[in-house]
Unconditional design. Structure first.
Ligand SMILES: Nc1ncnc2c1ncn2[C@@H]1O[C@H](COP(=O)(O)OP(=O)(O)OP(=O)(O)O)[C@@H](O)[C@H]1O
Length: 463
């Protein structure tokens, strides 16, 4: 067995041999160690490193320590003299002096302590260290949001971007983007009081603080942050008490020049059940939308994920997956994970055949036949024109454009030939259909409204 004070150096030597030098220097080297009676205590210089170690390396460190010394317990703490994000009494992993005269708290006191601890706890509300700007692929759908996010990360509190309100559909990278801001701010300044919280958790914390008379602590904590990131704010809908509290926290932070960032599934004015005074405040700074990624971006996301996870993925395979999984990035990631698991499971490399096999149900659902009738009906309803206009000779822009969109969708979603599509649209010539497809596909890259409409229609027709 290794002597206690030799455990960490021995462990370091093993880790250095196992990891890339960049990983070792960035994450492992900054750690220092203390040995307790039955545990090894590792001190990380900041919470960012602590979290990353916890997520990526702690399991392996525990194995090595066990192997080298028989110690079963590795504790991980923030060392040095950084200021905790939460007031000291709320931070569970900050070493605290032992109380001079320990007294047994009453049940009510214990409940209050638990509530207070929950307010500042990072156990479930932490930043994911993998959600960085580096790992976020940029494309048309998110470039504005990303540019704004970078500005804020460099200069939080700038009134031009305060608050930042990011909205968009599910699984499009809203959480990733705002956590990238949090990680950036925190990395630049580990003293910054950064808090990421999901709106549902915020609601629960309010309830608990209220129940256990820990409201002052709750207020003090939220009003004292430098950067507050609240995810999925639509969960505040209909919750008046929460909205009122959030209103005060919001005002205190903005007035103090502190940054507030929110995400939501819809544009502020479309959130139902939200107080008017909050809705108007949400638009004080900058409101940006994240749109579904276009094909090239989806391919780039797959290639990036493969690179990060060290997976060999050919371009044409990525292209095939991206063509068939269009709904959102979470599903795209899910498809890739499935392919990787299938390859491991069957001990094969990732080929086009393997992908087709691994994703056969997704592909079958995607290939479900969409009819021209369904396309015409959906497009007519979407643009609020008459169904008969799909076949009519009218040439006014507000009718001709939707008709062209419908023809392009028919080309993309059905097996019909150009002449067949022309027939289905009032006996038009195939060159008219070709022209429509060309026009719309060009507009999808130059006109965000058409791009948005087209993607929305595609997902309606596919689901
Ligand atoms: N542009 C991107 N580049 C790389 N990964 C992305 C991108 N957009 C999304 N992702 C990944 O997709 C997954 C889902 O993203 P995220 O959870 O941020 O979406 P969301 O918009 O917050 O979803 P929800 O509305 O359900 O909360 C995450 O793993 C995220 O890393």
């Amino acid at each position: 067995m290794t002597e206690l004070d030799q455990i960490w150096p021995a462990c370091l030597a093993r880790l250095e041999a196992e990891l890339s030098s960049q990983q070792f220097n960035t994450w492992i080297k900054p750690l220092s160690a203390e040995t307790g009676e039955e545990s090894l205590v590792l001190l990380a210089p900041n919470r960012f490193i602590l979290q990353f170690i916890k997520d990526r390396f702690l399991g392996r460190i525990e194995e090595l320590v066990g192997e080298l010394s028989g110690l079963t317990n590795v504790e991980l703490r923030v060392g040095g003299n950084m200021r905790p994000v939460a007031p000291p009494s709320m931070v569970s992993n900050t070493p605290r002096p032992a109380p001079a005269a320990p007294s047994t708290p009453t049940v009510a006191e214990q409940a209050k302590q638990a509530a207070v601890k929950a307010i500042g706890s990072h156990e479930s509300t932490r930043l994911n260290p993998g959600f960085t700007f580096d790992s976020l692929v940029t494309g048309k759908g998110n470039q504005l949001a990303r540019a704004a996010a970078l500005q804020i990360a460099e200069n939080p509190g700038d009134p031009a971007y305060n608050p930042l309100f990011v909205y968009g559909g599910v699984g499009l990278g809203k959480t990733h983007l705002i956590q990238a801001i949090g990680n950036h701010v925190f990395q630049k300044n580990p003293q910054a009081r950064v808090r990421y919280i999901h709106a549902e958790r915020y609601v629960a914390d309010i309830m608990r603080a209220y129940q256990h008379k820990a409201f002052d602590e709750f207020k003090r904590y939220y009003h004292s942050l430098d950067l507050l990131l609240i995810d999925d704010i639509q969960f505040f809908a209909g919750k008046n008490r929460t909205q009122e509290e959030f209103f005060y926290a919001f005002n205190a932070l903005i007035e103090g020049g502190k940054q507030v960032i929110m995400t939501c599934d819809s544009y502020p004015k479309q959130i139902e059940g939200m107080e008017e005074r909050l809705i108007s405040r949400f638009s004080w700074g900058l409101t940006v939308e994240i749109q579904p990624p276009e094909l090239e971006m989806r391919v780039a996301i797959l290639m990036k994920k493969a690179e990060v996870d060290n997976i060999k993925l050919d371009n044409n395979v990525a292209f095939f997956i991206a063509q068939n999984v269009r709904s959102n990035v979470r599903e795209l990631e899910g498809a890739l994970k499935r392919v990787v698991a299938y390859a491991r499971f069957t001990n094969q490399s990732i080929s086009m055949e393997l992908v087709k096999e691994a994703l056969k149900d997704i592909l079958a659902a995607g290939n479900r036949q969409v009819t021209v009738d369904a396309i015409q009906k959906t497009v007519a309803e979407y643009y609020k024109i008459k169904l008969s206009d799909m076949h009519s000779k009218k040439r006014s822009r507000d009718i001709a454009r939707p008709r062209q969109v419908a023809m392009t969708l028919a080309k993309e979603l059905t097996q019909l030939s150009l002449p067949n599509i022309g027939d289905a649209f009032g006996g038009r010539d195939h060159t008219t259909v070709l022209h429509a497809c060309k026009t719309i596909n060009e507009m999808r890259t130059s006109d965000p409204d058409i791009a948005h409409d087209y993607d929305a229609l595609l997902s309606m027709l596919r689901n």
